[in-house]
Design a protein around this ligand. Structure first.
Ligand SMILES: NC(=O)c1ccc[n+]([C@@H]2O[C@H](COP(=O)([O-])OP(=O)(O)OC[C@H]3O[C@@H](n4cnc5c(N)ncnc54)[C@H](OP(=O)(O)O)[C@@H]3O)[C@@H](O)[C@H]2O)c1
Length: 305
């Protein structure tokens, strides 16, 4: 089927936050034609196809693949998993989008970029690449919309803490007294889908996205307790121990250094931030931690009746 005028969604299979997968579903719900780019034709690709997307297989680091998937699309969501080649993939996407000509390029970035400059950077190679990627896209002259979410609820607050909440009723993270305002990837996807559906009023804008409240980890634990109807506490653990465990888990060094930096910045109070971006773009407030934990109660060991 020819899909001239489709919306391209990269990273559509989805892993950690699965923003691309959710965006694909939201755009299809609106009746818009979606070209969903995946790396492999697996079960996730089949599910996207069954939902009504045109699935294309390709590598975001391969120029011919990127040209093939962008060609024929008028709008693009660009996002992919945290990886060492992120900057290269962004610049390649920009080069192709300039060649093909698109009406809007929605770029996934990070809210920490708002605190960065030539003089103020962070040790995270991913955050450095997002900062540089934003610079390159600005130079490109493309019609860009920049999405800068704070930490996702789906990573640290679900995947990392589900086992200890389940087994010991404790959130164990090296965040100290730092406050944080995590946002659900589902809310980030709602923002991206709203922008892609009608990009004109958003072109050139930067949207910072947080959850509805910035609070310390004891406050976060209280929201877990309310959602699960049992006492969940916060235990501040040694940063070095946590980083060692992460390295033992065998994640790529790029990802580990990024996560370690995020934890350090939390401890330093740098994730104490609040923005109304989700509500401003979608008209609906972002999900609270309590709501998010309720939705995922089974993964945390269930809600006590
Ligand atoms: N997690 C957070 O706390 C957080 C906070 C703020 C911003 N962000 C940003 O959000 C983005 C990640 O979003 P997400 O969690 O929704 O992504 P994700 O689901 O982890 O990844 C999306 C997809 O990217 C695909 N991909 C990776 N390398 C590729 C390549 N070379 N070619 C084609 N596809 C490739 C992966 O395919 P496979 O599944 O086949 O590997 C994956 O399915 C990053 O930009 C990150 O910096 C994250």
């Amino acid at each position: 089927m020819s899909t001239k005028g489709s919306i391209l969604v990269t990273g559509a299979a989805g892993q950690l936050g699965a923003v691309g997968r959710s965006v694909t579903g939201l755009l299809l719900d609106r009746g818009l034609p979606v070209r969903a780019m995946v790396r492999r034709d697996d079960d996730r690709a089949a599910a996207l196809r069954a939902a009504g997307a045109e699935v294309v297989v390709g590598d975001l680091l391969e120029p011919a693949d990127v040209y093939r998937v962008v060609n024929g699309c008028k709008r693009v969501y660009f996002g992919m998993s945290v990886s060492a080649e992120y900057l290269e993939a962004t610049v390649l996407m920009a080069a192709v989008a300039r060649e093909v000509g698109v009406d809007a390029l929605v770029n996934m970035s990070q809210m920490t970029v708002s605190q960065m400059s030539i003089q103020n950077t962070t040790p995270s190679p991913q955050q450095r690449q997002h900062w540089l990627s934003e610079q390159a896209l600005a130079w490109s002259g493309l019609p860009v919309v920049t999405i800068r979410p704070t930490v996702f609820l789906d990573g640290f607050f679900l995947r990392f803490v589900a086992p200890t909440v389940r087994d010991r009723g404790r959130i164990e993270l090296p965040f100290g007294q730092g406050k944080t305002s995590p946002v659900a990837a589902a809310d980030v996807a709602r923002v991206v889908a709203a922008v892609l559906a009608e990009p004109a009023p958003h072109l050139g804008r930067i949207y910072e996205l947080t959850g509805p409240r910035s609070q310390d980890m004891h406050g976060v634990a209280r929201e877990y307790s309310d959602a699960l109807n049992r006492e969940i506490t916060f235990s501040d653990i040694l940063h070095e121990d946590w980083a060692r465990e992460l390295r033992k888990a065998g994640l790529p060094e790029h990802v580990t250094r990024h996560l370690v930096t995020m934890a350090e910045l939390h401890r330093a109070g740098r994730y104490d931030r609040l923005s109304d971006g989700v509500e401003r773009v979608t008209g609906q407030p972002p999900m609270s931690i309590r709501e998010f934990v309720s939705v995922h109660a089974d993964e945390f060991g269930g809600r006590r009746s």
